[in-house]
Design a protein around this ligand. Structure first.
Ligand code: HEC
Length: 249
């Protein structure tokens, strides 16, 4: 019964949320893949944090997240965070700031890498997941990379060693139009299989989702208790009702 009640409450909430959520991704081009992330799965978020600190923090900051907060939320000691997740020489209480000066970055990449604190909410998990998987080799671009979800992106494919190299398969140009990308194909395998790489990108995306809303981890835990609490009091009320009405026929 409790399980049913929870499913029902969950469904009602989901319907309510879907109907008020803005069409956040409606404007992006290519088809989005489902990220199936697990921002409430601490192990996945921990792996994502490690990947972020190894591959992304060189360019991107998370200016609203502190290292100490990672320790608190991800069940890591100060020592673990400082040894495994902090490579910029920041203090434990500092926010996660890229070591790259934004002005230099703007010159090198043509565009300063944006802060990703809120990316998990603004673009959403499916967009991030698809974006990170959609880089392909394009020698016409300054850094040799392009992205089929975000054409002309100035970010290089920093995960290419794991993913391998992708080329774009071009479809036939429609009359008067440009040739369009029909799909991406792996032309040189990386150190991971396609499935492993999906997991890698999923972990990274889970981490960015967590970073955009660190309180969500706590709220979800609390939510389950609230639902149980409500179910318990519904049960008490039902017992009481039975008690009141038992002599009335
Ligand atoms: C070498 C520098 C560099 C590294 C390393 C890097 N990025 Fe980027 N990233 C950029 C730049 C530059 C842009 C801006 C692209 C543009 O708008 O053309 C960007 C854009 C993005 C965006 C899109 C932001 C938006 O909404 O427009 C996401 C998401 C992103 N990066 C995620 C990552 C992740 C995750 C990693 C680590 C796996 C990473 N980046 C590593 C330089 C970098």
């Amino acid at each position: 019964m409790i399980k049913n009640a929870m499913t029902k409450v969950g469904l009602t909430l989901a319907v309510a949320l879907v109907s008020i959520a803005p069409a956040a991704v409606a404007s992006s081009g290519g088809a989005l893949q489902h990220a199936n992330t697990r921002p409430d799965n601490i192990a996945s978020v921990q792996r994502g944090a490690k990947l972020f600190m190894n591959y992304c923090v060189g360019c991107h900051s998370l200016q609203f997240v502190r290292y100490s907060r990672l320790s608190e939320d991800l069940g890591l000691t100060e020592e673990q965070v400082m040894n495994n997740l902090n490579f910029t020489g920041a203090k434990f209480g500092d926010t996660i700031v890229s070591s790259m000066p934004a002005a230099d970055a703007a010159v090198w990449f043509g565009k300063a890498p944006p802060d990703l604190s809120l990316e998990g909410r603004s673009k959403g998990p499916d967009w991030i997941y698809t974006y990170l998987k959609s880089f392909y080799v394009d020698h016409s671009r300054p850094l040799g990379w392009n992205n089929s979800l975000f054409p002309g992106a100035s970010m290089p494919n920093v995960l290419w060693e794991m993913q391998g190299l992708q080329h774009a398969k071009m479809g036939h140009a429609k009359e008067g139009g440009d040739a369009h990308i029909e799909g991406l194909e792996l032309v040189q395998p990386g150190t991971q299989t396609a499935q492993q790489f999906d997991e890698t990108v999923r972990d990274l995306t889970s981490f960015l989702q967590y970073a955009a809303e660190p309180a969500a981890l706590k709220r979800q835990k609390l939510g389950a208790w609230v639902v149980l609490y409500l179910a318990f009091f519904t049960f008490l009320a039902w017992l009481l009702k039975k008690e009141y009405w038992k002599d009335v026929h």
